[in-house]
Design a binder for this molecule. Structure first.
Ligand code: P6P
Length: 326
């Protein structure tokens, strides 16, 4: 007989999961665990704001543009503020870079971690109630603690991330992250205020038949091999799925197999997506899940950023699909 909900265990909460994994990071002495908890707390707050966005005056634009040229939404600013506040409180993080901030934020403390954030990716979809996400990367500070931070601390290759992940604010909200030992997904249970382990040890199929690209860009794609690849997807009758929120498209392809492509175009000759705020984190996750992420020439995680707002083409998802493109 099927168990009633009463008999079912609540499951492994994020706190319990982090505690159980602390043995993998003896050097973290709990600071790293607290940092993950701070990210989860900020995610809960942003999730709450998004859920009522249609009811209070926090939708729409603020009339500014961020360093990447994206029009800033009120919720971009709200999410940025919430995450920076949550990460500042704990003391584990000494510096933050954000897609929504021109330069780095020095928190002037003796924390040993650096965080790179896209506080609300896909925010152009918010006003039409489509899923959006937060993307984060965690690095160790390079310069000596208690000295002024420099750009060197932030311009690190993605392969030096110690953790990365994303929050998907969707029909149910999820936190998916890696600390270099596989990828785990947690579903938010609002009645408990807890993220509960729902997708342990996520693995991305090496093959897939979903491709995600803005077909409207077809005539402005610079790289001919991308045009040929897209035509090949159509010849094989693959499924085209493009939400316009990277986190949502990435998450679907992670679970079902597939490839997301944002090539260099005449409008974005160096690519549109931000290496430090979007691509590095998702590249770490996909590689830990058995997938692959490149810029068409090299692995995303090996790219040396030249500025904190560095952009590059991004091809990410099922290993064999990305390999057949490169
Ligand atoms: P386009 C959102 O601005 C974003 O960074 C990703 O979330 C999304 O996949 C992409 O840009 C959408 O860009 O040019 O297709 O509107």
């Amino acid at each position: 007989m099927e168990k009633s909900r009463i008999d079912l265990p609540i499951g492994v909460t994020l706190d319990r999961f982090i505690k159980s994994k602390e043995s993998e990071y003896p050097s973290a002495v709990g600071a790293f665990s607290q940092l993950l908890r701070d990210i989860a707390l900020a995610a809960k707050v942003v999730n709450r704001e998004l859920n009522k966005a249609g009811l209070i005056d926090i939708m729409g634009n603020v009339g500014n543009y961020n360093a990447g040229g994206d029009e800033q939404k009120k919720l971009d600013i709200l999410a940025n503020t919430r995450f920076i506040r949550a990460l500042s409180k704990g003391g584990e993080v000494c510096g933050i870079i954000s897609e929504e901030s021109e330069s780095f934020v020095d928190l002037e403390n003796d924390g040993k971690y650096i965080v790179a954030l896209d506080p609300l990716d896909g925010s152009s979809n918010i006003d039409v109630n489509v899923s959006v996400g937060t993307i984060f990367s965690i690095y160790k500070r390079i310069t000596t603690i208690n000295t002024a931070l420099t750009e060197t601390d932030f311009l690190q290759k993605g392969k030096y991330q110690i953790a990365a992940g994303y929050i998907l604010y969707g029909p149910s909200s999820m936190l998916v992250f890696t600390t270099g030992n596989g990828v785990n997904g947690f579903t938010y249970e609002p009645s408990l205020g807890e993220f509960v382990l729902s997708n342990p040890n996520i693995y991305c199929n090496e093959e897939g038949n979903i491709y995600s690209i803005n077909e409207g860009l077809s005539n402005s794609i610079i790289d001919l091999k991308v045009k040929k690849y897209i035509q090949n997807c159509k010849d094989n009758e693959y499924t085209a799925r493009y939400i316009g929120s990277l986190v949502a498209d990435f998450h679907r392809n992670l679970l079902k197999g597939g490839i997301y492509l944002y090539p260099a175009t005449t409008k974005y000759p160096n690519g549109k997506l931000r290496l430090m705020f979007e691509s590095n984190a998702l590249a770490f996750v996909i590689e830990q899940a058995g997938g692959k992420a490149t810029n068409g020439e090299m692995d995303i995680l090996d790219i040396q950023p030249t500025t904190i707002h560095h952009t590059s083409p991004l091809y990410i998802g099922s290993k064999n699909m990305v390999n057949s493109l490169s």
